[in-house]
Ligand binder design. Structure first.
Ligand code: BES
Ligand code: MN
Ligand code: ZN
Length: 508
């Protein structure tokens, strides 16, 4: 049974539940929780007084008091003046994780009005829903069920004693975004032998069918016919067929936002083969595609007044007797020729043809998202997604959306000075400029295929997956991009799901 969250208009003090999770800022007990404290025979107050729990960020304590909730889980929110959207999302994620580790399947979550600080009820509802979903997510479908394994979390109720209108509205948004993020993670996590290009296309078809989106899937023959020579050069070495997916949600008549996701289902590097160390992580090279599909799950659930097209070029990158070789020259969809210097610089090749394909939509803006360069990990680590673009305003808009989403985005310059890095002796362009400014030269390569629309590029090579577990993340897929795209797309929607949003600092 998939995890679900719901708003319950009920006071925390006498709510019957197997576990009550309480988000508490640093300092003394918020006055609104005094009634509940009384119900628990003063147990919460005593834990605080003893200093066993102080409300520090990510801190937890479980107590077993008398009263209608046999377990009370306290979660630290950090300093009251620092409580922002990210702090709330994070506390909710910690609550869900801790509840799951206790083996409790149904629980309640409560954030008092004082504890939410400057965050409004709608935003709080959204953050709690996003966080709970994030913390509840796990993947063990490929393991045999262990006898002693804890059951998955089924349902968490968000208690809203003081009337639930705005909170419910926000919860609906957060629930849709959370579902999108979970969907993205569930696709990202799959190994390359399961998640092939045709599998990605099937997942897209399933989305289209469930939510009524338009969908077009090009197979190998159609890709050849469409003259996507750059995508085909990557696909030609693989026994698996490539796919080019176009999915469309037309919630308004305005020019669409086009989201392009890199869908390399496994990147060996091709003939310029990668070292064996950590090569298994290259199953995550379709994380951009997963982010786009996750965003469409959100769109299908919320149905906002906005027009969005998702484009996913999907292929493996394999070495073989039919693989493209260094030095080969190929002709892209746009008509520009490309000298393949390094077959491991394949992401930019498949994105180039998608950017060119996007012209037919006369887009209001195009944003691509891709695990594109190792260099972005050197520059920004696993903390921020890199952004570049031809349009200052669009880049700024994405930065703002990233702050609200708790998915940080940081700009790199696409100055003309860098353009020459991609000059070829024999063709219009080469696909690799070597080590200097590796992320920017990749950005410049893409820019050469941008024709007639505002464009920005997100490099998620450092943020798509995590090699360790922390408060906000599991080890493995992060679903990065779904929250960011959701904030971006919803703030552009005409129905004003997100007309007035405050940009608050984030720590996630
Ligand atoms: N998929 C990789 C980038 C990547 C690296 C993603 C690390 C996640 C973690 C991409 O296709 C790639 O191989 N890029 C090369 C480009 C180079 C050959 C110009 C890189 O970054 O080394
Ligand atoms: Mn590569
Ligand atoms: Zn790649």
């Amino acid at each position: 049974m998939p995890f679900e969250t719901a708003v319950a208009q009920a006071p925390a003090a006498d709510y019957e539940t197997a576990l009550l999770a309480l988000a508490i800022p640093r300092g003394s007990l918020p006055p609104s929780l005094e009634g509940l404290d009384l119900q628990t025979g003063g147990a919460i107050g005593r834990v605080l007084a003893a200093g066993d729990f102080t409300g520090k960020q990510d801190e937890t304590a479980v107590i077993y008091p008398p009263g209608p909730a046999p377990r009370v889980l306290l979660i630290g929110l950090g300093k009251p003046e620092d409580v922002d959207r990210s702090a709330i999302r994070r506390a909710a994620a910690v609550a869900a994780k801790r509840t799951r580790s206790l083996g409790v399947t149904r629980a309640a979550f409560h954030l008092s009005a004082e504890a939410r600080g400057k965050v409004n009820p709608a935003d709080a509802g959204q953050m709690i829903a996003e966080g709970l979903d994030q913390g509840a997510w796990q993947y063990n479908e490929m393991k045999k069920p262990a006898e002693d394994k804890k059951p998955p979390l089924e349902r968490m109720e968000i208690l809203a004693p003081e009337g639930s209108g705005d909170l419910t509205q926000g919860h609906k948004v957060g629930q849709a975004i959370g579902a999108g993020q979970s969907l993205a993670r569930s696709i990202q996590v799959l190994p390359g032998n399961v998640c092939t290009p045709s599998y990605v296309a099937e997942r897209a078809r399933d989305l289209a069918q469930r939510h009524g989106f338009l969908i077009t899937v090009l197979d190998r023959a159609a890709i050849v016919q469409e003259k996507m020579g750059a995508l085909m050069s990557v696909a030609q070495g693989s026994a698996e067929e490539p796919r080019f997916i176009a999915i469309e949600y037309q919630g308004s008549d305005s020019a669409p936002l086009v989201l392009i996701g890199k869908g390399v289902t496994f990147d060996t590097g091709g003939i310029s083969i990668k070292p064996a160390q950590n090569m298994e992580d290259m199953k995550y090279d379709m994380s951009g595609a997963a982010a786009v599909l996750g965003t469409f799950e959100m769109l299908g659930r919320l149905k906002p007044r906005v027009h969005v097209v998702g484009l996913i070029p999907s292929t493996e990158n394999m070495p073989s007797g039919t693989a493209v070789k260094p030095g080969d020259v190929v002709t892209s969809h746009l008509g520009k020729t490309i000298e393949i210097i390094n077959t491991d610089a394949e992401g930019r090749l498949i994105l180039a043809d998608a950017l060119s394909y996007a012209r037919r939509y006369s887009p209001a803006a195009v944003v691509d998202i891709a695990t594109l360069t190792g260099a972005i990990v050197v520059a920004l680590g696993h903390t921020a997604t890199g952004v570049m673009g031809s349009d200052e305003q669009l880049v700024e808009e994405l930065r703002g959306a990233g702050e609200r989403a708790g998915e940080r985005v940081w700009p790199l310059p696409l100055w003309d000075d860098y353009r020459d890095l991609m000059k070829s002796d024999i063709a219009d362009l080469k696909n690799s400029g070597g080590r200097p400014a590796g992320s920017i030269s990749a950005g410049w390569f893409l820019r050469e295929f941008v024709d007639g629309f505002p464009w920005a590029h997100l490099d998620i090579a450092g943020t798509a997956y995590s090699d360790r577990e922390d408060a906000g993340r599991v080890k493995g897929p992060t679903g990065v991009g779904v929250r960011l795209f959701s904030e971006f797309v919803l703030s552009r929607s005409e129905s004003g799901e997100r007309e007035t949003r405050s940009v608050s600092g984030t720590k996630a």
